[in-house]
Design a protein around this ligand. Sequence first.
Ligand code: C5J
Length: 230
Amino acid sequence: MTSMVIQAEPGAITVDIGRTALVIIDMQRDFLEPGGFGETLGNDVSLLAKAVPPTKALLAAARKAGMLVIHTREGHRPDLSDAPPAKVNRGSPTHRIGAPGPMGRILIRGEPGQDIIPELYPIEGEVVIDKPGKGAFFATDLGLILANRGIDALLVCGVTTEVCVHTTIREGNDRGYRCIAVGDCCASYFPEFHEVALRMVKAQGGIFGWVTESAKVVSALGASAAAAAE
Ligand code: C5J
């Protein structure tokens, strides 16, 4: 067991690196890249781009430490059989799930826009979860994978903070995981939603979990590795 202490709010948290997973939520081309679905909806995708460099550094540190890394992608089967009509029949018909988008059919598995951005692309051995909902636990095998690995703490980041990241943290918290949002590795098209979503996680003594920053996790991993080498 190799533990590390992560400086966070509402207080520092000690985790066992072997029982911690880095969960990167929906860093997909259609949400992040200029010319993608997110931008065609009128969103400023540069707000999401800010989270990419710190996430890249966090991912590199997690990989070096041998931490379990999980990537998620929001998306549906091509025949939309797993997409509730209540989710599909929303917004302008030209921008609905399954409609042709700038990078293939919108939020359909296997389409270029549904895939993860090259900067954070999974490497062999990392888990990729295709999820039909906002939360990463809903209708996926994430819980089973975490249980089989004995995971009890989740470092959660990605996009968007108040939607898929928040839903996953809430789901994880209810399932007994200690969830730590890595704030600078999360982003939203709405900066105020990002801020408030993170404040909500750590409010009331950490009602949904903890909030930290990538540099604090990287530093904790480094300190733990240095202590182990002594
Ligand atoms: C995510 C969304 N990933 N905002 N999706 O947050 O629809």
